[in-house]
Design a protein around this ligand. Structure first.
Ligand code: GTP
Ligand code: MG
Length: 205
C-alpha cells in the first residue's frame, strides 16, 4: 500500500471525543518506550508525525492520525510506566481501557513487545483482557535490529510457546519489525490493507 497522506487529526483523553467517521482504525499499544510512536512514523514514512523519545512516557494522549483519507492509526500512551501510583499501574488509565472497550471502529489492536525481552506478565495480562473483551489483536515484535537472526528466532519461538499457554482458540498473527531498519513495513501495510478491504465490503452489505 502506498501512503499518499498521513495527517494528525486530534488528541484527547475521552473516547467519546474521538473522530466519529466510520473508518477502520488500528491502535498501537504496549509498554512505554517499546516503539509505538516510532512504528507509526516508520509505517507512514513521516519522521515526526508521532512524537518519540528515548525517555518512557512520551505519548500521553489518544492520538488519531488519518491515513490516505480512509483509515486511522492511533498512537496511545504506554503502560508499565513507573512514575504512576501502584493502583493506576495495576489497572490501566481509565481512558485507555475505555478506548479499547468502546471504540467500535477499532478493527485491530497491535500489541507491541520488545523482541529482546522474555514474555512479560503485563503484556500477557493485557492480551488476555483484549481477548475477554473481544478486541482483535496482533503482536508486533519491535527493535529487531538489536538482535541477530538466530536470537530473533529463538525469542519469537519462546514468546509463541508462552502464548500457547493462554486461552486463545488460535494464535494471534505476529510481525517482526524494526523502525530504524524499515523491517516489517510491507507486511504490516499489506495486512492492514486486507482488513480495510473487508471492512468496506462489510459496510456495503
Ligand atoms: P511512549 O510514548 O513513551 O509509551 O513510548 P513509545 O512506545 O511510543 O516509544 P518511542 O517510539 O517513543 O521509542 C522509544 C525509544 O526507542 C526511542 O529512543 C526510539 O528511537 C527507540 N526505538 C523505537 N523503535 C526502534 C527500533 O526499531 N530500533 C531501535 N534500535 N530503536 C527503536
Ligand atoms: Mg509514544
Amino acid at each position: 500500500m502506498h501512503i499518499k497522506s498521513a495527517n494528525f487529526i486530534i488528541s484527547n483523553t475521552d473516547v467519546a471525543k474521538c473522530p466519529n467517521e466510520v473508518l477502520p482504525e488500528y491502535a498501537f499499544i504496549g509498554r512505554s518506550n517499546v516503539g509505538k510512536s516510532s512504528l507509526i512514523n516508520m509505517l507512514t514514512e513521516r519522521k515526526s508525525l508521532a512524537k518519540t523519545s528515548g525517555r518512557p512516557g512520551k505519548t500521553q494522549l489518544i492520538n488519531h492520525f488519518k491515513i490516505n483519507e480512509n483509515w486511522f492509526l492511533v498512537d496511545l500512551p504506554g503502560y508499565g510506566y513507573a512514575r504512576v501510583s501502584k493502583k493506576s499501574k495495576k489497572t490501566f488509565q481509565k481512558y485507555i481501557t475505555d478506548y479499547f472497550a468502546k471504540r467500535e471502529q477499532l478493527v485491530c489492536a497491535f500489541v507491541l513487545v520488545d523482541i529482546r525481552h522474555e514474555p512479560q506478565k503485563i503484556d500477557m495480562e493485557f492480551m488476555e483482557w483484549l481477548g475477554e473483551n473481544s478486541v482483535p489483536f496482533c503482536i508486533i515484535f519491535t527493535k529487531a535490529d538489536k538482535l541477530k537472526p538466530q536470537a530473533i528466532e529463538r525469542n519469537v519461538t519462546t514468546y509463541l510457546k508462552e502464548l500457547e499457554k493462554g486461552v486463545w482458540e488460535e494464535a494471534p498473527a505476529y510481525f517482526i519489525t524494526s523502525s530504524s531498519k524499515n523491517l516489517g513495513r510491507d507486511e504490516l501495510l499489506a495486512y492492514i490493507e486486507g482488513i480495510n478491504i473487508e471492512f468496506f465490503k462489510a459496510l456495503q452489505n
